[in-house]
Ligand binder design. Sequence first.
Ligand code: NAD
Length: 341
Amino acid sequence: MELFDHPDFDGHEQVVFAHDSNSGLRAIIAVHDTRLGPALGGCRIWRYSSDGEALTDVLRLSRGMSYKAALADLPLGGGKSVMLVTGDRPKTPAMMQALGSAIDRLGGRYIAAEDVGATVADMDQVATRTGHVSGNSGGVGDPSPWTARGVFLSIEAAARHRLGRGVGDLSVSVSGLGSVGGQLCRMLAEAGARLVVSDVRAEAVAAVVAATGAGREAPEAAHRAAVDVFAPCALGAVLNSRTIPEISAKIVCGAANNQLSASSDDALLADREILYAPDYLVNVGGLISVSRPPTGIGDAAAKAKLEAIPATLLSVFEKADAESIAPGAAADALARGRLGM
Ligand code: NAD
């Protein structure tokens, strides 16, 4: 397995392999960049098929966090952690505590919060061993309503930019109906959007269909739905050379991290005249929420940053148009500029 020559190694400041024999913890913590502040980023708990897959995920996710914080103008760096679990060895409170100890040893360079597979209760376990955690129940709680709000505002802005229409006149395919996707569906439905929804969990689909009157779609067909907007809200790499030619939506805007399988996929979308709203820009709401305790940003200022996401998104679209580049490349360039890279 490559480390410094890994295709996703981007000058990360620190990559820590955390192991604890007593609890069975196996985790990787990646601190990408701390020039703007401590690296705040979620902990993903996932059944990776290999250690290499976990390393790739944490390298990419932590870099995305640096860009995300920079574009939201937060005094934070980028980091992420992944915990490797299996069917036989699921997460336990003892593992979360051991992760807390590993985080504590970094002395505040990395601050954990929730990501896929991690709950507020898990962060409470982490918090028994370190103060370098946010999103626990003693803190600001679940970040997903903030994330959903930011994605909702971004869909509205992207639709007005590309289609000249607001959310109430849109059809949207939402794939992934978890914490963020479920709330996004409710917001879209309340605003009058027509929904098509999918998830690998039938009970999640049933709950959203009952609450919103949405139509159902098979998870593997979500990107092919004949809608205005495709909103990926499950896992990453859904935009790739196989799926992009099949997308019928004119806009892709969703919460999932790392939606592009490869950075060149951004250009494939642009070639098909599909407007891609960069994932780490539109899903920054959760980070804004959990950044409140470590940065001391007040609630009103945090809410203002959340509502400012569409303005940043529009500036990215304008830069992309002006320079004839894809929006993902434009967002990366803006973020790297703010990071002084
Ligand atoms: P979650 O675990 O609550 O929900 C994910 C959902 O996706 C689950 O319902 C799961 O069953 C479903 N899913 C898994 N594989 C699928 C597939 N192949 N097709 C369709 N559905 C599938 O996670 P979440 O907190 O809602 O986060 C969703 C995405 O948004 C993730 O990529 C996450 O990294 C990103 N994100 C979340 C936040 C947040 O505040 N929670 C913030 C920023 C980014």
